[in-house]
Design a protein around this ligand. Structure first.
Ligand code: 3HC
Ligand code: NAI
Length: 713
């Protein structure tokens, strides 16, 4: 809806009213049309201000409406109606002006923004383009290069940057609506004719072709198969045409995107990211019934790769940190690395680095005085247990004890303490100050308040926190295991690392499994596998009665740990090198391995690589749902998109399973399991069968088929 009032005698004030973000639903669009009519027909009104209720201008089109036939007036003519008004119209931008919200503001003749407002055209993240004239008006107003940047990245622009770009006319620290009203009074007598952006020519640029070519190349590379970023560039290119023709091109491109599976996937991801915040536990404890405790002071133990990033993210979230490390050299290196990360981060955000918020220690004593501890020492249960025992003896009552373990049993750690209810996993992803995902792992004795506190702290650190149950590898790493396993088996059967990686990268992963494994270090998994025991004596290819691939272990035995040693699944020009090249040594090694084990290499096609790797991963996802380790498919999908570079335009593994068709996934798993009965991860899980028997309901309905979640250990 929209409300109307007349203020300061001659200004018609239209307030968009659709909490929480004043999205442009059918009712709001109709409201704008009606209230504009009212303002324009009121002879006392000389100018108009459009603002949003409750300090938020507008979060854009109502995304929830996209899944059903559109009703009410379309946004394009609504905005055209505003722009063609004979009385000056001023947008009073507070909070956010995003997507259709910014497009509406671009239809206004003037824009006044609060200094804290954020503006942007984030449609690209929803698989769309700014389809209500944004791709045509923005380049006309601020030039093609700046518009391309904003539209293809979907990034939010601060009010200060918007002023610099000419996107807004004025920025204020005061009450924006009052300022806009004053401004509207000052321009009441001026004709809005020269302020209609649709009449502007696209600003001249000496070499537009080169600009488009360069941006298109970059965008295609980054898009990993997503259609929307490419269509965004094509739409902006049409802004060099007369406005009507450009709008027609925008409409055509938008029509293709709007009905695409990619747009559905990305919009699902948008809502999934928000849904995971509404967590629940097997005990019935829930997000809306549990109050988190405020964390003012935290301690991070172990300043290796993860501890450094976690410390930076905490400081940037305003938490005071004691960073602790026992190894003297590591401590020195960490100090330097953390300071420079904080400095770089502060520079990017245009603030002073909060170096005074962190202090360092080489002993545990400061743990006595913190609200929460995050342990990030080596992935070694005995070591972690010792740390938790020490913490339990040292910390004041009520201190939350968290572990960044990537998959060890949280209950075992909790049992080392006097306060198991205060123990949870906080599984960050590397680099921890950059990656948006946090798995919050509740053990069988974790209190709701401990979970709520970790979830809230994650949010404060700018993460999307997902609550998951306690099992080996939690959600993300547990699903990774069968995926990696299939990739190894495919090599044994005749594929090459290059081919497997190429197929997975074409699917949209940032990196194929072998390149990724070289980057993170083959020795990490090797150590865990060794701790689990070596394969059965009679065959290196059997472990606990099931097929096992020793390929990774054999490479490690050769000192091939990946990028860090300059050799892994690929070769690199030097240790630490990043450019992966196929390695003839590996081909030779694989051939010898096959001969030794009586394996005959066969031709493996694209489809088999995708199906075996991805369907095995999805199958584990169904098991995780069945076991109640994840509360719903959205949790798994958010974890995979934000933590494991699953392409957002494919929604996540569970969404993708539904897109492919559950029946097909089941049939193909059955087929592969028949061919490889010694690989249990290919055996279709019961939940998948149950869903297929129930007619393959959409992913949003799967929760109805799940039992109450429970911890598995
Ligand atoms: N439509 C429908 N619902 C929306 C919405 C939108 N545009 N924007 C936010 N919401 C909902 C969220 O789903 C959430 O509800 P839920 O918890 O029930 O799911 C609620 O509003 C609050 O949202 P957030 O939790 O995200 O609140 P924040 O304060 O953290 O963030 C925001 C606010 C920055 C506006 C963020 O919600 C956001 O980025 N929204 C989407 C903006 C966007 O992408 N706009 C473009 C829409 S497409 C478009 O305009 C097409 C046009 O070109 C034709
Ligand atoms: P790392 O090897 O880089 O760092 C571990 C640090 O802990 C070292 O600096 C070591 O000196 C220090 N340390 C060891 N014992 C200590 C003690 N008693 N007190 C204080 N410091 C001690 O390890 P990394 O990669 O940072 O991993 C840490 C934890 O995070 C592990 O549990 C790992 O599984 C987990 N993790 C790692 C990820 C990664 O990508 N590296 C991702 C997510 C989780």
């Amino acid at each position: 809806m929209a409300q109307y009032s007349r203020v300061s005698g001659t200004v018609g004030l239209i307030t968009l009213l659709n909490p929480p973000v004043n999205a442009l639903s059918a009712a709001v669009r109709q409201g704008i049309v009606d209230m504009m009519d009212k303002a324009l027909s009121d002879r006392k009104v000389k100018s108009v201000v459009i603002c949003g209720h409750n300090g938020k201008f507008c979060g854009g089109a109502d995304i929830r409406e996209f899944s059903s036939p559109l009703t009410g007036p379309l946004l394009i003519p609504v905005i055209q109606g505003v722009e063609s008004a004979a009385k000056p119209v001023v947008a009073a931008i507070e909070g956010v002006a995003l997507g259709g919200g910014l497009e509406l503001a671009l239809g206004c003749h003037y824009r006044i923004a609060h200094s804290k407002a954020r503006l942007g055209l984030p449609e690209v993240h929803l698989g769309l383009l700014p389809g209500a004239g944004g791709s045509q008006r923005l380049p006309r107003l601020i030039g093609v290069p700046a518009a391309l940047d904003i539209i293809t990245t979907g990034r939010h622009v601060t009010a200060a940057e918007a002023l610099k770009l000419g996107l807004v006319d004025r920025v204020t620290d005061r009450n924006t609506v009052d300022e806009a009203v004053k401004f509207a009074l000052s321009v009441a007598d001026q004709s809005p004719q020269s302020r209609r952006i649709s009449t502007f020519p696209c600003p001249h640029h000496p070499d537009l072709d080169a600009v488009f070519e360069g941006v298109m190349q970059r965008v295609r590379q980054r898009a990993r198969g997503a259609l929307a970023p490419v269509a965004c560039v094509q739409a902006v290119a049409a802004a060099t045409l007369p406005f009507a023709q450009g709008m027609e091109r925008e409409r055509e491109l938008m029509a293709t995107l709007f009905t695409s599976g990619q747009a559905r996937a990305q919009q699902y991801h948008f809502f999934a990211q928000r849904a995971v915040g509404r967590w629940s536990m097997p005990s019935g404890a829930r997000w809306d019934k549990t109050k988190p405790v405020a964390v003012h002071k935290a301690m991070v133990i172990g300043l290796g790769t993860m501890g450094r990033g976690i410390s930076v993210a905490l400081v940037q979230a305003g938490v005071s940190v004691v960073a602790m490390e026992t190894n003297e050299k590591q401590l020195m290196d960490a100090k330097q690395a953390i300071s420079s990360m904080l400095e770089r981060g502060a520079k990017r955000r245009g603030v002073a680095p909060a170096l005074d918020k962190i202090r360092y220690s080489s002993d545990m004593q400061p743990a006595a005085d913190v609200d929460l501890v995050i342990e990030a020492v080596f992935e070694d249960m005995a070591l972690k247990k010792k740390v938790f025992q020490q913490l339990s003896a040292l910390c004041k009552p009520g201190t939350f004890l968290c572990s960044n373990t990537s998959g060890l049993d949280v209950d075992q750690l909790a049992s080392e303490t006097r306060t198991p209810e205060l123990v949870v996993g906080m599984h960050f992803f590397a680099p921890a100050h950059v990656m948006k995902l946090l798995e919050v792992v509740y053990g069988s004795r974790s209190s709701p308040q401990a979970v709520a506190t970790a979830m809230e702290l994650g949010k404060q650190m700018g993460k999307v926190s997902v609550a998951v149950g306690n099992c080996r590898g939690f959600v993300g790493n547990r699903m990774l295991k069968p995926y990696l396993e299939q990739a190894f088996f495919l090599l044994e059967e005749g594929a090459t690392p290059e081919f497997v990686d190429q197929v997975l990268e074409e699917f949209g992963f940032a990196m194929g499994v072998f390149r990724m494994s070289d980057l993170s270090g083959l020795d990490v998994g090797w150590r865990v596998r060794k701790a689990d025991g070596l394969p059965d004596g009679h065959s290196a290819r059997i472990r606990q009665g099931c097929r096992y691939s020793p390929l990774g272990d054999l490479l490690c035995e050769q000192g091939r740990f990946g990028q860090k040693t300059g050799r892994g699944w690929y070769q690199y020009d030097k240790p630490g090198g990043q450019v992966a090249k196929p390695d003839p040594w590996l081909q030779d090694f694989l051939e010898k391995f096959r001969t030794q084990h009586g394996l005959v290499a066969r031709r493996i096609d694209h489809q088999e690589v995708l199906e075996r790797c991805l369907y095995a991963l999805m199958n584990e996802g169904f098991r995780i749902l069945e076991d109640g380790i994840a509360a719903g498919p959205e949790d798994i999908d958010v974890i995979y998109v934000l933590g494991y570079s699953w392409p957002p335009h494919r929604g996540g593994p569970m969404f993708y399973a539904a897109m492919v068709g559950l029946k097909k996934v089941l049939e193909r798993l059955e087929h592969y399991h028949q061919e490889h009965p010694d690989i249990p991860s290919l055996k279709p899980c019961n939940l998948l069968r149950k869903l297929v028997v129930s007619g393959s309901p959409p992913v949003q309905k799967w929760r109805e088929f799940l039992q109450k979640p429970q911890s598995q250990l």
